[in-house]
Design a protein around this ligand. Structure first.
Ligand code: GAR
Length: 204
């Protein structure tokens, strides 16, 4: 199968992007990161990318705060295409992506979500799991569809919720699994192992 040409969108520290870089460097993932875009000007993900020589830039998504739409969406698609991306990775991108981007990269947009979907979509999912009294929490990597955190699930990993957990300790435990799950899902995609049948993703 062809090497994945990844465009990464993020908003924060970029530890998930780092796990993808590490997997590529170790030869565990047949991919190249062609471009990193962040909707937050000083997001650390941009620094991390530059340290690895990956082109990275801020994408001004105004006037919207929670979605990628309009001229910013058009610009995003143009930048990803110009960089030669064939797959888009949402690595802590805190905006809803809209149908135009999804149509530009059909079944090629993947997201990581810090919960065992379909439980706790949206933001601060680990806090939602803790407040709900869950005994397990986890992470989901899924294809993105037009809903919020609702696309076909590729990989999930569980972690225990401990008696003395705070939102921070639980999120940290989930992030350890995130950094395994995202490279794993991308490696399946790169190897052509993912078959999507309705909601079900078979790994074969
Ligand atoms: C991760 O925990 C990711 O699952 C979450 O943001 C964090 C980004 O961390 N994503 C979402 O909540 C998306 N709804 P990172 O910048 O260190 O990769």
């Amino acid at each position: 199968m062809a090497t994945l040409k990844l465009g990464v969108l993020g908003s924060g520290s970029g530890s998930n992007m780092q796990s993808i870089v590490d997997a590529i460097e170790k030869g565990e993932l047949d991919a190249e990161i062609k471009l990193v875009l962040a909707d937050v000007k000083d997001a650390y993900i941009l620094e991390r990318a530059k340290k690895h020589g990956i082109p990275a830039q801020w994408l001004d998504c105004a006037p919207w705060k929670t979605k990628l739409e309009g001229p910013a969406e058009d610009r995003c698609i143009e930048l990803l295409r110009d960089a030669g991306c064939d797959t888009v990775v949402l690595a802590g991108f805190m905006r809803i992506v809209k149908p135009k981007l999804l149509a530009a990269f059909p079944m090629r947009v993947l997201n990581i979500h810090p919960a065992l979907l379909p439980a706790f979509p949206g933001v601060h999912s680990w806090t939602q799991a803790l407040d709900y009294g869950c005994k397990v929490a986890g992470v989901t990597v899924h294809f993105v569809d037009a809903g919020t955190d609702s696309g076909p699930i590729i990989v999930q990993k569980c972690v225990p919720v401990l008696e003395d957990d705070t939102p921070e300790t639980l999120h940290a435990r989930i992030q350890v699994q995130e950094h395994i799950a995202f490279p794993e899902a991308l490696a399946h995609l790169a190897a052509g192992r993912l078959k999507v049948e309705g909601r079900r993703v078979r790994i074969g």
